[in-house]
Structures are given as C-alpha cells and as structure tokens.
Design a protein around this ligand. Structure first.
Ligand code: FCB
Length: 465
C-alpha cells in the first residue's frame, strides 16, 4: 500500500498532511467484551447477568439470540490469543464479567472467575500483548438489578467493591484499567428506551443511572488507583452537527451534544455537570440523587480517556415529539447526512472522528486519549478463499488516517483498538451484524481472519499506513 495524502480541506483547514507512521509506542489493539464472546454463562459459578435475563425475554433480541455460547472464547481463549499474536496486536481490550467474579454482585470473589481472568491475562503477557481490561461492559449481576440496578446509589458502591476484588487479583500484572464502557448506553438504552438490558422504559431512572454510573467510576477509580495502576473510562462520543442554522436545529444539536458528550465529559474532566443539560433534564427528574461531594469523586481526573467512535450525528429539531434516548428533549430527530452507511445503518464519516478529537483537545484539559472502539459491520461474504471485506478495510483505513491527522494537529492520541477482534453477539441485533476482523463460523466456531485482519496486521507491522 503506497503513501496517500489526506486532504484536510474538507475538514475546514487549508493544509494537507502525509499520513504514514505513528509513534513506535502507539498501542495497536483490538477489542471485545465478555458477554459478546465468552459464552459459558453457567460455568464455574458464573451468576446470571441482566443480559442473560434480557436475551431470554421474547422479542428483546433479534431471532431470540443469546450470549449462552457466543464465540466460545471462554474455552478457546488460548487459540484466540495465538491469533492475536499472529496479527501482531500490541494490546487486547476485553472486559471482565462481574457475574463471574461476584456471582451475586456482592460478597467475596469466586476464585474460579478470577482464575479465568488470571489465565487469560497471563497468556496475553506470555505473548507480549498488553491486557487492557474494562471492569464493566454492561453485564450487571442480575441480583443487583433486582435490588434496583444503576438507578439506585448502592450499585455504585457495589461496583467499587467489585473493582477492588478484581484489582486485588490482577493488579500485579495489569497497569491500565478502564472502569466503564459507554455509560451512556447503560443508562439511556438500558433504562430509557429499553433496547438494552435491563429493558426498562423509565426516563427518570435513566438519568439517575447515568449519575450512579459516573459515581461508580469515581469510586472504583479511587479503589484501584495507586502505584503502577492507571484508571480510565471509555465513553461513546460523537461529533454532532445541526442540519441548518435554524434555531430549532441549533437547539437540537446543543441538546444531543449535551446528552451524548458533555453529560459525561464535563463531570469527568471539569468536575461539574453542564448547566444547560441539567436544565433540559429538570422536567424528567430533580437533582436529588446528586449528593454533595459526588462531583469531586467523579471529577478526580481519569488517567486516560477511551473514546468509542462509530459515526457522526446530523440532528434537527422536530415539530412533533420523537422517541429517542435523549430524554428531556423530545423535539429532536436524527437527520440523514447522505453518506454511505454500514450494515448497522450507521453513516460512514472519518472526518467526524477527527473533528471529535480536535474538539476534545480544544475544550478539555489534556490527558492521554485512546480510541478504544472503532469499526464497522458489513454484509461479509465467505468465499472459498476467505472473506474479502474491502469495505471494512476502507472504513478502518479512513479512520486510522483521521487518527494520524489528529496526532499531527496536537491531539495526545496514544492508541487505537479495532472493534472487533471477532464476530460476536451484537446485543439486541444478535449475531446478524458482523464486526470482526476475524470471521467466526458459529456452528463450528472456526476462526478465519478476514482480509481486514491481514491488512491491520500489516498496518501494525509498518507502524502506520
Ligand atoms: C459499542 C459497544 C460494543 C459494540 C459496538 C458495535 O457501543 O461498546 O460492545 O456493540 O458498539
């Protein structure tokens, strides 16, 4: 692959930059999460999670799919790690299943759960791959949901207790920890739209959940941070543009940017909730769940920020109320940006990633940034000689170029993780969408690296594009 020029003119800057190499220490990785790949949901003492319950609810997940077997990674992790090593991955982002470590969500740790993650971690280290764990990627122990879930404050305390147990067992071999994956999804898809577990449709509960997730992050980070341990968080952020300069569209953009980005970034990085978003939410719930001192704990600066980016958002005002996850803002809608889309229907725009990174650099105090998820589902075709996923290669190529451009423009971006290493259980969409750079044939569990995996291995080997 030859050197190509990335024109920044369409990003509103009059320069172009050659994209070639990244810093030798740049962390190239791939990501997965526990419920999406592990399977073995009833093995070695694992307790039920909200996703087991939700997936068993008729109509909740496409085709009635569940994570019961998934990619069987629980049994096949040695093979999967050997594959990671072959691809030359420097780091592997995975999540720990809370219900394996604390099956009921409280009390002592189950040794078998910890042992699994010890074996996984040690195998990664043996292959020279940095383990990059996330403590919570949405699989809340069901008993904690039965006691109220994230809308109740106690769940944040339980999360910190679990974090301390996990760190106590693995902190000697893992330096970089992530508390939460995408608290926006946990709060607003889980408790407002009901599209994710636990499937509740209670806007006020969703707002409380968002705060308790952030508090849980703060408490967990306090519990594990120390000599040799860094604690960060991963957010799903996007670049929001108004459809026009009409006041209703500008207001929609302010509101959606507020709920999707600033509701999380501001308390974490500035120690305060954005006043306009609190105003928008006042109709949904009062702020009684925010206690004195909470923001101090939430706002203790994270050691790194993980960003999951998939697509930008073009938004507009709506004359009639719409059903969205943006509680408190019913008069907003997502507009069509007219760009090509992935199999998820998400618009493809790597420019949105560059703009997002520059915005974080401009608006927030500097801290090490990592793209902890970026990738795409496409209709992969399995041919006799492999999976030729040129569309995925193009998607990744464009977004990695945006990473390079961002670094060039001063963004402290330190790593990039492809979503995903393996095809997996894509939540309420079941197994239909395929995000992997490695194809999984579910009936046989056979792994086949797609063209994108070979391409990515080459990017890593060359240290860039
Ligand atoms: C993110 C999730 C991840 C995966 C991708 C496609 O929101 O963190 O688990 O589902 O989307």
């Amino acid at each position: 692959m030859g050197l190509r020029l990335l024109s920044l003119s369409d990003f509103g800057r009059r320069r172009s930059t050659a994209v070639s190499t990244f810093d030798p220490g740049f962390l190239w990785g791939a990501a997965t999460s526990s419920y999406q790949i592990e399977g073995a949901v009833a093995e070695d003492g694992r307790g039920p999670s909200i996703w087991d319950t939700f997936a068993a609810t008729p109509g909740a997940v496409r085709d009635g799919d569940t994570g019961a077997v998934a990619a069987d990674h629980y049994h096949r992790f040695p093979e999967d790690i050997a594959l990671m090593a072959e691809l030359g991955l420097r780091a592997y982002r995975f999540s720990l299943a809370w219900p394996r470590i604390q099956p009921s969500g409280s009390g002592p740790a189950d040794r078998r759960g910890l042992d699994f993650y010890r074996r996984l971690t040690d195998t990664l280290l043996d292959h020279g791959i940095q383990p990059w764990p996330t403590l919570y990627h949405w699989d809340l122990p069901q008993p904690l949901e039965d006691s109220g879930g994230w809308p109740v404050r106690d769940t944040a305390e339980r999360f910190a207790e679990y974090a301390a147990l996990a760190h106590g067992a693995l902190g000697d071999r893992i330096t970089h920890w992530t508390t939460l994956n995408e608290p926006w999804c946990s709060a607003f898809l889980g408790y407002a739209t009901g599209r994710h577990a636990p499937g509740r449709r209670e806007p006020a509960a969703a707002v409380r959940a968002a705060h308790h997730l952030l508090l849980g992050h703060g408490l967990a980070a306090e519990a594990i941070r120390g000599a040799g341990t860094r604690a960060g968080i991963t957010l799903n952020l996007t670049h929001v543009t108004p459809l026009s300069t009409e006041p209703a569209d500008l207001d929609a953009a302010r509101r959606i940017d507020g709920m999707q980005n600033r509701l999380f970034l501001d308390p974490l990085l500035r120690g305060a909730y954005p006043a306009d978003v609190l105003d928008d939410l006042r109709e949904v719930t009062d702020a009684g769940h925010i206690h004195d001192g909470d923001l101090k704990r939430i706002g203790a600066p994270p050691d790194h920020l993980g960003i999951n980016y998939y697509a930008p958002m073009l938004v507009a005002g709506s004359a009639t109320p719409t059903q969205t996850a943006y509680v408190g803002s019913p008069l907003v809608r997502v507009a069509d940006g007219g760009r090509p889309r992935t199999a998820m229907g998400w618009e493809i725009d790597e420019g949105g990633l560059l703009r997002l990174l520059l915005r974080i650099k401009d608006d927030y105090p500097a801290l090490p940034l990592y793209i902890t998820e970026n990738g795409a589902a496409f209709e992969d075709v399995v041919a006799h000689d492999g999976v030729h996923d040129a569309d995925r290669v193009a998607y990744l190529d464009g977004h990695i170029r945006s990473c390079a451009a961002a670094i060039d423009l001063g963004v402290p971006l330190k790593g990039y993780f492809v979503w995903s290493l393996l095809d997996n259980f894509e939540w309420s969409f079941g197994y239909a969408p395929r995000f992997g750079i490695v194809h999984v044939d579910y009936p046989t569990q056979r792994r086949t690296p797609k063209d994108s995996a070979r391409w990515y291995a080459e990017v890593i080997r060359r240290g860039g594009l």
